[in-house]
Design a binder for this molecule. Sequence first.
Ligand code: NA7
Length: 536
Amino acid sequence: SEMNKDLDYDVLIIGAGLSGIYSLYRMHQLGLRAKVLEAGGDVGGTWYWNRYPGARFDSESYSYNFSFSQELLDEWNWSEHFASQPETLRYCEFVCDKFNLRRDMQFNTRVTSAHFQDGANAWRLTDESGRQYTSRFLVTCIGILNNYTLPNIPGVSDFKGEAFHTARWPQEQVNFENKRVAIIGTGATGIQATQEIVKTVGHLTVFQRTPNWSLPLRNTKITPDEMEEIRSNYPDIFDKCSQTSSCFMHVADTRSTHSLTSEDREKFWNDLYEQRGFAKWLGNFGDIHTDKEANALFSEFVANKIRQRVTDPVTAETLIPKCHGFGTKRVPLESGYFEAYNRPNVRLVDVKKDPIECVTETGIRTRDENFDFDMIIYATGFDAVTGSFTAIDFKGVDGIQLSKQWSEGPRTHLGLFVEGFPNMMMVMGPHQMFGNIPRSIEYAVGWVARFIEFCRDNGITLAATSHQNVLDWTEHVHTCADGLLANEVDSWMTGVNKNLAHKQERIIARYQGPAPGYRKRAEDVAARKYADLTLM
Ligand code: NA7
């Protein structure tokens, strides 16, 4: 701190979601002067903003919490296998209270620019109100699904009824009773919201452009006894997560889909279908992610499940994806989503067949029909991954713009550093593992904290990655992506957002090699005492 005495802080952290919470905890442990700047009114990030009905974990609660503190594991009880948003938000608040973190968090503070100060080897951040903050290090904790997008349909602002994007859901209770409600979007969010809203809505119309391969979540309550058992299993759970490819508890089956008879395969898949969470996706045969024929076999298995659950055969076929294979996009998990379409007050509109032309003052007009609504819900997704970075004016050495560095897709070193952006580290930036995100967050924050400690202990005021490091890492990330069917489809994971003109081309946005391989490379850099970086 002595060497940063001309600066407001040693470390500035943008964002008070899980990444920012844990980053601040680690900075406190190092005794550094740190500050979190957060746009929202309180902690939680994703779990602060996404308050839409039905929002919950698709990953087991007890694999998706922090593992860094035994006390925290001892004190916190989950009430469901897949916690709802309010419970997860309470968890975030609990962590901040327990470790007294809010004292160094400033809410309602939207950072608009982050400029590196050449010569001073410092960062200067400016917020919406024009206030400025300086620090030696900058840690970005701005999330991968933060900046929401509305559909690029004319008239969105004309609608006179209630309208909400799921990622900016109001704090107050929203009532659906006796209302004619529209929802646009059938991703993980649209599916969660739909199955919840149908419980009370007057009439719901779902506007679907692309159907998704969704499978049962199989959520249940956790009894106190069960919670004690889970608690005693925590070491095993986290150990398993540390060994699997995308840090989940589920272990892929190494057999080839083709090595089983169709009967044995059917039995395996029927057993899998009964299991909780992502088991169906990640505990499946590994080759469904790379082998088109294997993938088609499982896709057909899932299609048949949908056919069994939806009464009207035309609706069932509309709900079955035809243009992408199972698991090539993020698999939404559901609880009664398909059965929702068996209700008389729920209607599915296929906008591929009957495109939306505009939003009107009173509803939505498609080519063939005019719909009146009291409420329109936009479950239309995010300017994902890089969008969190383009929302802030990042400038590095010599005023170079981050968007310029990434004009042909993100280029990073370890998903942590950007060329020309010294003293800045990204937690959950592009080119990191997006699997079980809290596990990736804990690892990345731990790495960053050890690195900042090293810099402090060695009097380093400038830490920069090199052009070659970035070339090598970016090439490695691209190599890891080779052969995965997920890279052959348009989705937020491949950087495509059809509502944004500049996001029509696919990119490699995330690290898709096995997570232990990622950690091995990152540990090697630390073991070499960060000699790969320029340190001054
Ligand atoms: P997603 O997965 O990006 O889904 C957005 C949905 O909205 C998807 O079905 C889109 O259809 C649809 N969409 C977007 N724009 C339009 C327009 N203009 N017209 C019709 N339909 C549209 O976002 P989510 O919020 O569901 O999930 C994001 C992640 O959060 C999720 O993967 C989890 O990790 C948590 P499309 O597929 O583009 O045809």
